[in-house]
Design a protein around this ligand. Structure first.
Ligand SMILES: Cc1ncc(COP(=O)(O)O)c(C=O)c1O
Length: 408
């Protein structure tokens, strides 16, 4: 790897830590063992639960460190974000007695707008996408107003680095830490802390496959930007890093892996079911990495960082439907019938004999492969899992029907 000199030093992180010494802005978040993840990885997994931070993510760390340094000469800070940065800046500014304006794209989820206002910010809804919101936010900057970038700022990087000190204190002998990467501010700070405190710890970055820019940026030696991104992990969907963060990644990060949305969805569900934690896609990416083929942590003590918990309820529904369908706990069966009275009742009865619950039934005569007088009945069924699903299909076939398993 081509190693450039990094821009912030460990001293900057230590100074940020002194600034952040206020439990009402940043609290020391817990670490929990997960024996379920031990079994899945053959390692010893300690989850760093930063999703339980104020505002639901690590973002107040960097924002507070930045705003504290300009609070004397600025009346107002401005940022563009539809996500966690918005809430982090709003909380930090309010705590420091500085006004804040957060520009969000017009389609931003109401829950995020409300949360950001709740932390004391003025929210302006401008533009149809993030780029337009960003352009407007930049236009608001003048002598009395300071722009707070989400990652391309040494003060932000140093603030996020305080999480690195905390992770080291929580588990000084950790072999591998796993940190999600969007714009790279988070991993830059954490890796700088570990380079000083425990250089033998392996620092692994994770990106979503549909928004991965670091592997190409490392290869090229310059930040590479993507025209468009596609991932369920919106917190790490920045589509680019900066020269500042690339130089820290070059200097201190040992490996960068990518995970698919399917792997992230599985990790969200595992964290819900086994660890009883609500973690958003970006936060679950670290767990997705250790249970994927991409990263081997067998025999190691490993600390995946759960860096955010603001999981959108619509996203949760999508993830659940995807996972339940995968496990055949949600089953959609298409049965070809002679379109005569009594057929729906007969097949429903077969399903009921298996104690499975029918959610919906759709009757369809329009499919081109059907003969005159035939129809499809499409049953959406809740089952206990794959073996019950197979038993139901066998029973319906046993009654002489053609059955197909179709996707939900
Ligand atoms: C939950 C969560 N995780 C990770 C990241 C990535 O942080 P960075 O952009 O500093 O790499 C973000 C950024 O918004 C985030 O919200």
């Amino acid at each position: 790897m081509n190693r450039k000199r990094s821009t912030i030093e460990f001293d900057d992180v230590e100074v940020a830590r002194e600034r952040l010494d206020d439990e009402s802005v940043v609290k020391h978040t817990p670490v929990e063992r997960s024996t379920s993840l031990d079994d899945l990885t053959d390692g010893e997994v300690h989850l760093k639960m930063e999703h339980l931070q104020w505002t639901g993510s690590f973002k107040p760390r960097g924002a507070y460190n930045k705003i504290a340094q300009c609070a004397d000469e600025t009346d107002r800070v401005v940022a563009a974000s539809a996500g966690n940065h918005a809430q982090g800046v709003a909380l930090a500014a309010t705590k420091l007695g500085v006004d804040s304006t957060i520009v969000m794209p017009k389609g931003a989820p109401q829950a995020k707008v409300d949360a950001t206002r709740g932390y004391g910010a003025d929210v302006e809804l401008v533009g149809s996408d993030f780029r337009e919101a960003m352009r407007h936010a930049r236009s608001l900057v003048d002598d009395e107003t300071t722009f707070v970038h989400a990652y391309d700022d040494p003060a932000i990087v140093a603030g996020q680095g305080t999480l690195g000190i905390e992770m080291y204190e929580d588990l000084p002998d950790v072999d591998t830490i796993v940190v999600p990467i969007g714009g790279g501010g988070l991993i830059s700070g954490i890796a700088t802390a570990f380079a000083e405190l425990s250089p033998e710890t392996r620092v692994v970055g994770v990106q979503a496959a549909g928004a991965a820019t670091v592997p190409d940026s490392l290869q090229k030696g310059d930040p590479v930007a993507l025209e468009s991104v596609k991932t369920i992990a919106d917190g790490i969907a920045t589509g680019g890093i900066s020269e500042l963060t690339l130089s820290h990644i070059q200097a201190h990060v040992d490996e960068v892996v990518t995970v698919t949305d399917g792997e992230i969805a599985r990790a969200i569900l595992l964290l819900l079911e086994r660890a009883k934690q609500v973690v958003e896609g970006a936060g679950a990416a670290s767990v997705a990495a250790i249970i994927s083929e991409e990263l081997d942590v067998a025999g190691e003590t490993v600390m995946p960082l759960l860096c955010g918990g603001n999981l959108d309820m619509t996203m949760l529904q999508t993830v659940l439907v995807h996972a339940l369908t995968d496990r055949e706990q949600l089953l959609r069966l298409r049965v070809r019938i002679d379109d005569r009275p009594g057929k729906m009742e007969e097949i429903s009865g077969v399903i009921a004999e298996h104690n499975a619950n029918i959610q919906t039934i759709r009757h369809d005569r329009s499919a081109p492969e059907l003969d005159v007088g035939e129809a499809h009945l499409v049953f959406q069924i809740e089952t206990s899992g794959a073996s019950q699903a197979r038993a139901i299909i066998r029973s319906i076939r046993g009654h002489g029907y053609e059955v197909r398993h179709v996707n939900a």
